[in-house]
Design a protein around this ligand. Structure first.
Ligand code: HEM
Length: 213
């Protein structure tokens, strides 16, 4: 991170426009993939193929949309991996989780850009994305031809990785919208308030503002 940053608006910058566009491409492709993927998983969800234009189009498009998600998530992973390395202060912060859940934030260990929950989710997503891509390519009959037993194993791996991603997605969206209030604007406007930054990510706050006001 380069020197201290101050915005004209008085807010603290968190995500540049390119980062936000990348994130929303991942989010939109993820939803399309999760819905069309559920439709392939069980006939009860078949009507969800509508999101990609019906059964035939879903079969054709699902893998291509998957590659798009993988590429854009890859860009995010390259950008954020350093910020998501777990540090000793993250473990100390995690030990105070009961207090945090009870809104007792007094004397919490100071953390950087992300908390340990975000970091663990990031890691789970990186692993799941790789598993989804590899198992997806194995099952993609237009581009690969693997023996049937290998395809069967790939389909189980694909389903498990997808479930991990969907559960992670629910936690991610819940915490972005309801739990950590004031987070959404980081991914919409690109900025957070000084209060939010100081309260949730004091080390990061000092790093980007040089101490803040
Ligand atoms: C509608 C769905 C989504 C919403 C509302 C949402 C919201 C957000 C918000 C508000 C942030 C900023 C959090 C912060 O800076 O503390 C964020 C960061 C992030 N989001 Fe999402 N997101 C969504 C979908 C996704 C999906 C599907 C993925 C990936 C599969 C994803 C991956 C990430 C990552 C990697 C970050 C950076 C934080 C980190 O590295 O841990 N998001 N999201």
């Amino acid at each position: 991170m380069s020197g201290p940053v101050v915005m004209k608006s008085g807010d603290v910058p968190r995500y540049a426009p390119g980062e936000r566009v990348t994130h929303w491409i991942v989010a939109i492709t993820f939803v399309l993939l999760a819905l069309s993927g559920l439709a392939f998983f069980h006939p009860a969800f078949w009507s969800l193929t509508a999101v990609l234009g019906g059964g035939v189009w879903s079969r054709i498009l699902h893998p291509y949309v998957g590659v798009v998600m993988f590429v854009f998530f890859g860009l995010m992973a390259l950008k954020y991996w350093k910020d998501n390395l777990i540090q000793p202060y993250d473990r100390a912060w995690q030990k105070r989780l009961p207090d945090i859940l009870n809104n007792n934030d007094h004397g919490l260990p100071e953390i950087d850009k992300y908390n340990i929950g975000q970091k663990q989710l990031f890691l789970a997503w990186v692993v799941s994305m790789v598993l989804l891509l590899v198992s997806g390519v194995v099952m993609w009959r237009d581009v690969a031809s693997f023996p049937v037993p290998v395809i069967r194993i790939a389909s189980v791996v694909h389903a498990i990785a997808a479930v991990v991603m969907i559960l992670g997605f629910i936690v991610h969206v819940y915490s972005a919208i309801f739990w950590v209030r004031g987070s959404m604007r980081a991914m919409t406007r690109g900025t957070v308030t000084h209060g939010w930054a100081k309260h949730h990510h004091p080390l990061w706050y000092r790093r980007v503002t040089g101490g803040g006001k």
